[in-house]
Design a protein around this ligand. Structure first.
Ligand SMILES: NC(=O)c1ccc[n+]([C@@H]2O[C@H](COP(=O)([O-])OP(=O)(O)OC[C@H]3O[C@@H](n4cnc5c(N)ncnc54)[C@H](OP(=O)(O)O)[C@@H]3O)[C@@H](O)[C@H]2O)c1
Length: 406
């Protein structure tokens, strides 16, 4: 019998967490859930606690206290802790080998970094920490011997297409920048579905409602990333994520629209070959890949039927209707603290849009204004990252409250 690997699922009540636990259920002989974290949706967390009886549980401090006592009785011996402290305890529990980082937004930064510092194998779906301070995450991996495994579908696709020696450069935290040319890699292409407004006019996009923005045509995801997919900021964040994770310059990375979302990204080689990874748009595939690597195990998802799909389309993104892409590329070019500012401003603007406090087209406007006033600085450590993030959030909140016309 194979030894079970201990797994922590951070963000277990979310879209990534749900997909991760589906894969774990398929392979109970291989994986044992050691830690589970939710945040506010305790009703969604409780059945998972009953099912997996994890050793470590975490949720928002105020929410932890409302977990039903009968549920806690059913997982005797579990430790539960609230807030960031709980997330970190879940990520660094001694019985955890693999951490699935599926918290949404910058809130996952501390626990993702703690998992890396603790030398875990870290499956990173939560792209924001890599956007904010990918270099710190990579340095931490180099120091601890952690294994970094991208499971954001595009970055996982690129990882799958790389030769083995470059895959090892990614997992170790070295990055592929210095060795990619020697290994024949010339460029990387990220694909984007184009989101729900791919064919919408600028006027229709300007008046988009939260419900329209949340209706993604090909992927089923949490609210923040769904809105990011509608503005195309998600692809912009992924551009920065790719630069920071792989150690590449933004000029080496292209973005193209591919509405069917079955070719998840590609690597171009200097002999003219283009190698891509294809699959149904379902996060259980990259999660299963990350869990089983270097082996492959069933994800529960069928292989693609290309004949059924029929035609695949590719086109360049429209930078006029989707200015977030331009803003993100500028932030990637500027580097230093600029991606932290971009990410923080975007999170505040998306939250305000979902609460109908600003219009859809004002999301990139908030980000643009913040980038215009942000003074870039070198980023030294986690405390510095958090300080910049909090300062920008306060500024963006104030901007939203005052109204963008003032
Ligand atoms: N969904 C996808 O298909 C997909 C694909 C690629 C990458 N990603 C990335 O994966 C991450 C998660 O996305 P998602 O779509 O799974 O999001 P989601 O469905 O909104 O789930 C977010 C999870 O994080 C928890 N959470 C929310 N706020 C938190 C906080 N302040 N502290 C700790 N935990 C908190 C939520 O708990 P409660 O619900 O209990 O409040 C939930 O478990 C994002 O960074 C996203 O960009 C997602």
């Amino acid at each position: 019998m194979t030894e079970q690997s201990g797994v922590a699922v951070l963000g277990a009540t979310g879209s990534i967490g749900t997909s991760a636990l589906d894969v774990v259920r398929l392979h109970r002989d291989r994986y044992k859930v050691v830690s589970l974290t939710g945040w506010r949706r305790i009703a969604a967390l409780e059945p998972l606690l009953k099912e997996f009886a994890p050793a470590q549980i975490a949720a928002e401090s105020e929410s932890v206290s409302v977990i039903d006592v009968t549920v806690l009785d059913s997982c005797k011996g579990s430790r539960y802790l609230g807030g960031e402290e709980g997330l970190i305890a879940a990520a660094t529990h001694p019985d955890v080998d693999t951490v699935i980082a599926g918290v949404s937004g910058a809130a996952g930064l501390g626990s993702t970094l703690a998992a890396v510092e603790a030398g875990k194998r870290v499956l990173i779906a939560n792209k924001e920490p890599l956007v904010m301070c990918g270099q710190l995450v990579r340095n931490a991996a180099l120091g601890s011997g952690a294994c970094l495994m991208p499971i954001d579908s595009e970055h996982n696709a690129i990882f799958q297409c790389l030769p083995l020696e470059l895959q090892q450069d990614v997992t170790s935290g070295r990055g592929i920048g210095s060795r990619s040319a020697g290994a024949g890699v010339s460029r990387i292409t990220l694909t984007a579905s184009g989101g729900p407004f791919l064919r919408a006019s600028a006027a229709a996009i300007a008046n988009a409602t939260p419900a329209q923005a949340l209706a993604h045509p090909t992927w089923n995801m949490g609210p923040k990333i769904s809105v990011d997919s509608a503005t195309l900021m998600n692809k912009g964040l992924e551009l920065i994520e790719a630069c920071n994770l792989f150690g590449l310059d933004e000029s080496q990375i292209d973005i193209i629209i591919h509405p069917q979302s079955v070719l998840h990204s590609m690597v171009a080689f200097n002999d003219g070959s283009l190698i891509g990874q294809m699959g149904n748009p379902d996060m259980r595939i990259p999660i299963s890949y990350g869990l089983a690597y270097p082996e492959r195990a069933s994800s529960g998802i069928e292989a693609l039927d290309l004949v059924e799909i029929g035609q695949l389309g590719f086109e360049r993104p429209d930078l006029e209707r989707f200015p977030s892409l331009v803003l993100a590329r500028e932030a990637a070019k500027s580097g230093r603290s600029v991606p932290i500012a971009l990410n923080a401003a975007n999170e505040i603007a998306v939250e305000a849009f979902l609460e109908t406090r600003i219009r859809f087209y004002e999301i990139p406007q908030v980000v643009d204004r913040i980038l215009q006033i942000h003074e870039p600085s070198e980023v030294s450590d986690l405390a510095h990252v958090v300080e910049i993030d909090l300062a920008v959030r306060a500024l963006a909140r104030e901007m939203v409250q005052r109204g963008l016309s003032s």
